[in-house]
Design a protein around this ligand. Structure first.
Ligand SMILES: Nc1ncnc2c1ncn2[C@@H]1O[C@H](COP(=O)(O)OP(=O)(O)OP(=O)(O)O)[C@@H](O)[C@H]1O
Length: 362
């Protein structure tokens, strides 16, 4: 346990004693909804006396434990001091139906809104986001916390061009080394190591009555979970799609990726492969061509993805190491022209969809 995680526990105990009940309308004018997730609704509000804008996050009391509410609030208040982390504002209270805390409001939506399906976003913007997220994650990791829920919906925008973004939603954050039950879910964001908990034959055991029960697999929380998610999120930003539909040993596109990954046996091999020409590459790469879903990327970007999307958790690259990959091209020139054209075409179409439907479904 780090000093920071001990302090977080202490602060939760102290704030539990001083959480007041309050009527939102007494102090705030609620302006509009900023977003909604599975745990809470977030409203833009203005302080009635001071005029200060803020995001109020409402957690229904019937489905939220006070402990998890206080952990999210105190973590955001005291440890999210990095400019790319969403900080709480020192206001927390309860109403008869909700627990509520106030956070800095990001007024330009979240990353989900700017990633155009099958097209992605501009490479420059993507690299700006990666650079900021590397800082935000490194900050959390250095304090001993792991975010565990990095995805487009949790990256909030402070301007339209992603010059300033903030990672938010700290509901899944856990101290590094905490024992948690491993969960597999059908998503590319799920790490390969979670497949052990997929409900496959190996994971089932018989209970006393001889009936099959899913066997819980306990694992330790590690920062490499965030590294994996950063790799998938970067792919989504650059292409508007995912490299595979689920990280599972029976998913064809994931298998193709693994075959390509395994063909690069050593770091020296890897450098050799990226240094040589297109034709040579197939041979040097032990005859395994680049996995098709990565063929639009430059060698530099391929190395970036292979570092973060390493199926071996212990060898996976850390966010702070990824800064070295920024600044040069990630998308091959021919592919970039096609994506630019698509982006110009789809801008109007996306606006129409949003105008008609409001917020897209998650
Ligand atoms: N501080 C903020 N400023 C602006 N928008 C925000 C802020 N916090 C949240 N949002 C918006 O509200 C949405 C839901 O918020 P959040 O992810 O915190 O809720 P959640 O219920 O914990 O979500 P999840 O289902 O991902 O766990 C976000 O995707 C974002 O669009």
């Amino acid at each position: 346990m780090t000093a920071a995680t001990r302090l977080l526990d202490e602060m939760c105990l102290l704030t539990a004693q001083s959480l007041n009940s309050m009527d939102t309308a007494e102090h705030f004018q609620v302006v509009k909804m900023l977003g909604e997730g599975s745990y809470g609704r977030v409203m833009l509000a203005v302080h009635k006396q001071r005029g200060t804008p803020m995001a109020l996050k409402f957690f229904p009391r019937e489905s939220t434990s006070m402990v998890s509410f206080l952990r999210e609030y105190n973590l955001s208040l005291s440890f999210c001091t990095h400019p790319s982390l969403t900080r709480a504002l020192g206001i927390a209270y309860s109403t008869p139906s909700h627990y509520v805390f106030a956070q800095q409001a990001s007024l330009f939506g979240d990353l989900y809104d700017v990633i155009i399906p099958e097209v992605g976003m501009e490479e420059d913007s993507c690299q700006r986001v990666v650079s900021q997220l590397c800082g935000a994650l490194s900050h959390l990791h250095s304090l001993g916390f792991v975010h565990r829920d990095l995805k487009p919906e949790n990256v909030f925008l402070c301007d339209a061009a992603c010059r300033w973004v903030k990672l938010g939603d700290f509901g899944m954050v856990k101290p590094r080394g905490t024992k948690v039950p491993e969960m597999w879910y059908s998503s590319p964001y799920c790490t390969p190591e979670a497949e052990i908990a997929r409900g496959n034959v190996d994971c089932w055991s018989s209970d006393k009555k001889g009936e099959d029960q899913p066997k819980r697999v306990w694992v330790l929380v590690e920062p490499c979970t965030d590294s994996w998610a950063l790799g998938i999120l970067t792919y989504a930003m650059l292409t508007g799609s995912h490299p595979w539909s689920e990280t599972a040993s029976d998913c064809c596109s994931y298998l193709k990726y693994k075959e390509w990954f395994n063909s690069l046996k050593s770091p020296e091999d890897e450098l050799d492969v990226w240094a040589c020409g297109e034709e040579e590459k197939g041979q040097k790469n032990h005859g395994v061509p680049v996995a098709p879903q990565f063929s639009c990327f430059t060698p530099l970007a391929c190395s970036y993805f292979q570092a973060l999307l390493d199926p071996r958790p212990k060898q996976r690259g850390q966010p702070e190491d990824m800064l070295a990959f920024l600044g040069a091209d990630w998308i091959r020139e021919a592919e970039r022209e096609r994506l630019d054209q698509e982006r110009r075409k789809s801008r109007g179409a996306i606006r129409n969809v949003k105008d008609l439907d409001g917020r897209r479904e998650r």
